[in-house]
Design a protein around this ligand. Structure first.
Ligand code: PMP
Length: 404
């Protein structure tokens, strides 16, 4: 793993330095830990220049606005976008709902089809079910194969003249599959459809370039990439955002208001109604800088190495089934241990100080397709190392012996 040292990285994370137990945190796909640099930035805002943004004329109010807008610029640069196309939301879920309300409800009819995939998180499925109901559009989906890849052999089956909107996850939170989103966006654009990519799982782990992917919308969350909770991003192509109606009304999203009507502020402010999550937005800028300090290529290679190592160890054990077997997968492994209920496994591992996920992973349709009620999931990030995986595998073997 080159010069990159997860043990040294842990020094930056108070949860590791404060923990009495040796912490084996393997639930990063649910949320990551936060480095001191992010916590310091939150604290700096609250203690040094706490004020509302875009409103105050006094100096520390101007500073709050400047730092908030600097953070937007940092995030825009991080994903190769213009800062006018970066909307602060509370997270991926709100970003997707913004598009489902402000775009889909105003542009879809009963003649149209919304195309999703069978491997979506509920946050990129339920908003489209609701939008389909509201507009009477039909909801179609691309299935996935046994190996966790999308069935794209005959795209004409799914991308038709009726397809008006396509929503797809960049990386599956269950199967770890990294989808060919650039190709999917091209297929969608070829039939004249608008596209949204759910980047909640991908953005923390690899380079993301809006110019290259060319999607119309892209959503991700701060808390899965070392940032605070309560903050996320919706990227939208400026020409799409310009044409859209607002999602929520109030605060700084207006240009002028009379008793009868209102006109809208410029993008992105048109979509930021009310006092935004200022501290969290500033904290996300610090998280992006921290990630850039390590380097996304280093992070991606580390994730790949750990995933390969974990898959090798797990496949050497009896009674383990891993869902999906994509070689080019993100650092997410969902698996079953024969004879052990996923919740029991997670509880037994917890007794050894190991945190993994158990349940339906907010993806019930995937569980149905896999034919399981629930599953276990281990997911890795920069502070994890091979020792963590050794402990995890030893604890699984110990638990499996108890249930044998
Ligand atoms: N999409 C995917 C693929 C996810 O993994 C998640 C979070 N588990 C979400 C969307 C929703 O993200 P959030 O809860 O931060 O809104």
């Amino acid at each position: 793993m080159g010069n990159f040292d997860p043990i040294q990285i842990r020094e930056d994370f108070p949860i590791y330095t404060n923990s009495e137990l040796p912490l084996v945190y393997l639930d990063n796909a649910a949320t990551t830990q936060r480095p001191q640099a992010v916590l310091d930035e939150l604290n700096r805002y609250y203690t040094e220049f706490n004020a509302n943004v875009h409103r105050a004329v006094y100096s520390f109010g101007e500073k709050a606005t400047a730092v908030y807008e600097d953070s937007r610029q940092t995030i825009a640069d991080f994903i190769g976008a213009d800062n006018t196309s970066i909307i602060f939301t509370s997270g991926t879920t709100e970003s997707i709902n913004l598009v489902a309300y402000a775009w889909a409800r105003n542009n879809l009819t009963s003649e149209d089809e919304i195309l999703v995939t069978e491997m979506e998180h509920h946050s990129n499925l339920v908003p489209w079910q609701l939008a389909a109901k509201a507009t009477r559009a039909s909801l179609k989906y691309i299935p996935f194969n046994e190996d966790g890849s999308l069935d794209l052999e005959d795209p004409d089956k799914y991308f038709t003249a009726k397809t008006k909107f396509v929503a797809v996850t960049h990386q599956s939170n269950v199967l770890g599959t990294i989808n060919p989103v650039k190709d999917i966006v091209r297929m969608a654009h070829d039939v004249g459809a608008v596209t949204l990519v759910d980047g909640a799982q991908w953005v923390p782990h690899g380079r993301t370039d809006m110019q290259d992917i060319d999607c119309d919308f892209y959503a991700f969350s701060g808390h899965k990439m070392l940032g605070p909770t309560g903050i996320g991003i919706l990227y939208g192509k400026p020409e799409m955002l310009e044409k859209m109606q607002p999602f929520q009304g109030g605060g700084e999203m207006i240009k002028s208001v009379t008793m009868e009507q209102a006109t809208w502020n410029d993008i992105p402010y048109k979509f930021e109604a009310g006092t935004p999550n200022i501290a969290q937005a500033i904290g996300l800028g610090a998280a992006v800088k921290y990630i850039q300090g390590i380097g996304l290529d280093v992070i991606q290679n580390h994730g790949r190495d750990l995933t390969k190592y974990a898959i090798k160890k797990l496949t050497q054990m009896d009674s383990i089934k891993i869902h999906g077997n994509q070689h080019d997968r993100g650092p997410v492994i969902s698996f079953e241990v024969t004879g052990v209920h996923p919740h029991d496994l997670a509880q037994f591992l917890d007794q050894d100080g190991i945190a993994i996920r158990a349940g339906q992973l907010c993806a019930q349709p995937i569980m149905d397709k896999l034919g399981v009620f629930a599953t276990n999931r281990a997911s890795f990030y920069i502070y994890n190392n091979e020792q963590d995986i050794n402990k995890f595998c030893e604890s699984i073997e110990k638990t499996a012996r108890i249930f044998a």
